[in-house]
Write a protein that binds this ligand. Structure first.
Ligand code: ASP
Length: 323
């Protein structure tokens, strides 16, 4: 009897909460440093989703480090009340294979709220590199081999994955320099402190256009049409057979968030993804805003499970498993 009463009180607490949600600021955790591509997309999204959520304040919390796992773990362990959300990318699917001992379970520690966008990556170099195109870059890499500094956002990040695949395809070992995000890594690349990096077009296209870095190739199967990137070859056309990485991004809440709150956020997300300003900002940087069924939480979850299954053998075959 006593037990029943406790359950009844807990359930009625959830219903009452779902009715009034949201009634205080919502924080979107970005598991990488400010100024990088994940941060940029999350800030654009925070602005677009604010109105559909009833003009509540939506803050971005950069909980960076450990290739994205610190921020993801923070949300996995947060109160499941809809006030702490996670904006994360392909690392949700690749980290479980790339890294041992991930402190959270991607498939069971989160409620899936819907996918947001797909973002291609680019291979870029410091402006003073003597190689001016991909072919010259391959020669330069061959001559410099182990002296090359390759920046990334930590073990398990998208730039880590892309860099590992590149080293595996070219059969070279570069020196990996991990940052808390590719925002700060970009500052060092522009300054010439590191040589190369793979990163989302949402961070690289404006710097390629301004000639602050050299663009070598894109990681999509087909060339891109974004003005700053349209002249770059695909990795595959440049000779790296089967090399294809697209960084998809999505929104998550801690497991146990009430279904009504999940539906409320999903409804707001659907409106945000139709916001012309959000689409213009993101697509101008090479991203493609999701307009397919992956906007539904169940489809988002299915997609991530399929990506885990897809990447696990690729990562293992490339021998890029990190300790
Ligand atoms: N682009 C980064 C990555 O490699 C993350 C970031 O700083 O947004 O995953």
């Amino acid at each position: 009897m006593k037990k029943l009463l406790v359950v009844a009180v807990a359930v009625s607490g959830l219903w009452a909460h779902a009715d009034t949600y949201p009634s205080k600021p919502i924080s979107i955790v970005v598991p990488f440093a400010a100024g990088g591509p994940t941060d940029r997309s999350a800030r654009d999204l925070a602005e677009a989703i604010r109105k559909p959520l009833g003009a509540v304040t939506v803050l971005v919390d950069n909980s960076a480090g450990a290739g994205g796992s610190i921020g993801a773990n923070k949300v996995a362990k947060a109160a499941p009340d809809g006030y702490t959300l996670l904006f994360h990318h392909i690392g949700m699917a690749t980290m479980p294979t790339l890294v041992r001992n991930v402190p959270f379970k991607v498939e069971s520690d989160f409620e899936y709220l819907g996918m947001v966008s797909d973002v291609p990556m680019t291979l870029i170099g410091r402006p003073s590199l003597p190689a001016k195109n991909f072919k010259e870059l391959v020669n330069w890499i061959g001559q410099n081999q182990t002296k090359i500094n390759l920046g990334n956002a930590g073990v398990g990040s998208a730039s880590h994955l892309c860099g590992l695949l590149l080293q595996s395809a070219l059969q070279v070992d570069m020196v990996t320099i991990p940052y808390k995000g590719t925002g700060p890594a970009m500052t060092d690349l522009i300054g010439g402190q590191i040589d190369l990096m793979c990163d989302q077009t949402t961070n690289t296209s404006s710097h390629i256009e301004a000639k602050k870095v050299i663009g070598y190739a894109v990681t999509t199967a087909k060339p891109l049409t974004t003005p700053a990137l349209k002249d770059l070859p695909t990795m595959q056309d440049a000779g790296l057979k089967g090399f294809e990485v697209t960084v998809w991004q999505g929104l998550y809440a801690p497991k146990g968030t009430p279904p009504e709150v999940v539906s409320r956020i999903n409804a707001a997300l659907k409106l945000a993804l139709k916001d012309p300003d959000f689409i213009r900002k993101q697509e101008g940087l090479g991203a493609v805003v999701v307009s397919d069924k992956r906007i539904e939480p169940a489809e988002h979850k299915k997609f991530v499970a399929a990506e885990i299954a897809k990447w696990s053998p690729i990562v293992k075959a490339a021998g890029v498993y990190a300790d």
